[in-house]
Design a protein around this ligand. Structure first.
Ligand code: XLS
Ligand code: NI
Ligand code: NI
Length: 435
């Protein structure tokens, strides 16, 4: 059948020697890595918005993509769904993700918008009877419409809070009905531009209440998926309340939600926050809130969210190393929240982008698994902290010793710390042997 992607056949694993351009050279869904199928480790998802909605604009230029489904009618929304499912099948990805406003046009009222979303969700459900793609997560767009210019949950106007809550209720229910594995809340505009017009304390309380409402509703409808917050430090608002993993954890603790909500960590957002991706992953894992990832990268020279497809194997390998160490994904996965460059206007540019990204992640997975199996990295860290197994060291942590007892111990035992090398260069060389 000829569709948006012409007569392109489904893209298959053909190995390193593949001669066709559109083939997987490393991503072999059934290959076992650490005893688990590659597909089940990586849990790739394609995002609806950048691929099928974004017109290719930049701050200086308008639309560059000409997709037949661009427009505001339900007929175009259905054509868009056809193209999306065609691409999911060609790539063989196990998951996709969407915002309510990606899939269906906004109506004059919320009721009308919700009806549109539902109609397309029903179309998805019918397509999913035969397609193998599943829903990784759904989310509500609480940032594009001008009503949200001063935030959604953190808006000074309670009517906006109410509207956003009603919108989330609809998408959470649709996500549940489609068997979604997670529901994502990205802060969108939950932040502020200037303190001069902002009651920061009140806005944080509103945000806490909003999150609690979402979690309560999840339980009420019996949604078994995970609620995820996606941290981002700036863009769109100057000061975002969900700046990074640490800030989100603080919010969750404050509102007693640390066992209810996890994080969806995006590479580019981590970089914008002045962290590395693996820092955010390791911290989330240490705090018990590692949920899922948006695996698009940023340009290191540009100070904004450029949402590019991953293409740096060592960078992704380190990230996957920490994901594997955390036990891998349960409900989460790797979502390509990535967009083409605006000159890539051919339909098959979308395929090349995803195939490349999936192959990079597959190579990185193999490298990360090898690092873990070989074990030197883990051993080095374990040995570095081995002193803490000594009885006197334990007493300092378990409460046996107070400050005075520790001082006593230092005197009694003649404690004299000896500095040891952190061996960073040796460890970096070690990592490079696997990538
Ligand atoms: C924006 C975010 C957004 C979320 C979903 O920077 O990455 O795309 O992933 O709302
Ligand atoms: Ni982003
Ligand atoms: Ni994202």
């Amino acid at each position: 059948m000829s569709g948006h992607f012409g007569d392109q056949a489904p893209i298959r694993f053909a190995g390193r020697e593949a001669t066709e351009e559109l083939a997987f050279r490393h991503y072999d869904p059934d290959a076992l890595v650490l005893g688990k199928r590659m597909e089940d480790h990586l849990r790739f998802a394609v995002c609806y918005w950048h691929n099928f909605v974004w017109p290719g604009t930049d701050p200086f230029g308008g639309q560059t993509f000409e997709r037949p489904w661009f427009g505001d009618s339900m007929e175009q929304a259905r054509a868009k769904a056809d193209a999306a499912f065609e691409m999911f099948e060609l790539l063989g990805v196990p998951f996709f993700c969407f915002h309510d406003r990606d899939i269906a046009p906004e109506g004059a009222t919320l009721a009308e918008s919700n009806t549109n979303v539902r109609a397309i969700a029903e179309l998805f459900a019918r397509k999913m009877e035969t397609a193998r793609v599943r829903l990784l997560w759904g989310t509500a767009n609480l940032f594009s419409n001008r009503r949200y210019m001063a935030g959604a949950a953190t808006n000074p106007d309670p009517d906006v809070f109410a509207y956003a809550a009603a919108q989330v209720k609809n998408v959470l229910e649709v996500t549940h009905e489609l068997g979604g594995a997670n529901y994502v809340l990205w802060g969108g505009r939950e932040g502020y531009e200037t303190l001069l017009n902002t009651d920061l304390k009140r806005e944080l309380q509103q945000l806490g209440r909003f999150l609690t409402l979402v979690v309560d509703h999840k339980h009420k409808i019996g949604f078994p998926g995970t609620i995820l917050i996606e941290p981002k430090p700036q863009e769109p608002t100057k000061h975002q309340y969900d700046f990074d993993v640490a800030a989100v954890y603080g919010l969750l603790k404050t509102y007693g939600l640390e066992n209810e909500v996890k994080v969806n960590i995006e590479v580019g957002h981590a970089v914008l926050a002045g962290h590395s991706f693996e820092h955010e992953l390791a911290l989330a894992s240490a705090l018990g809130i590692l949920g899922s990832c948006d695996i698009n990268r940023n340009d290191y020279q540009s100070g904004w969210d450029t949402d590019q497809f991953p293409n740096d194997v060592p960078e992704v390998a380190l990230a996957l190393y920490y994901i594997l160490r955390a036990g891998g994904f349960t409900t989460g996965g790797l979502n390509f929240d990535a967009k083409l460059r605006r000159q890539s206007i051919e339909p098959d540019d979308l395929l090349h982008a995803h195939v490349g990204g999936m192959d990079v992640c597959a190579r990185a997975l193999k490298a990360a698994a090898a690092m873990l199996e070989e074990g030197s990295l883990e051993r080095f860290v374990a040995e570095r902290y081995a002193g803490w197994d000594a009885p006197e060291a334990r007493k300092m942590l378990d409460g046996t010793y107070d400050l005075a007892a520790i001082a006593d111990y230092v005197e009694r035992a003649g404690v004299q710390p000896t500095p040891r090398s952190g061996r960073q260069e040796y460890l970096e060389n070690l990592v490079n042997r696997f990538c």
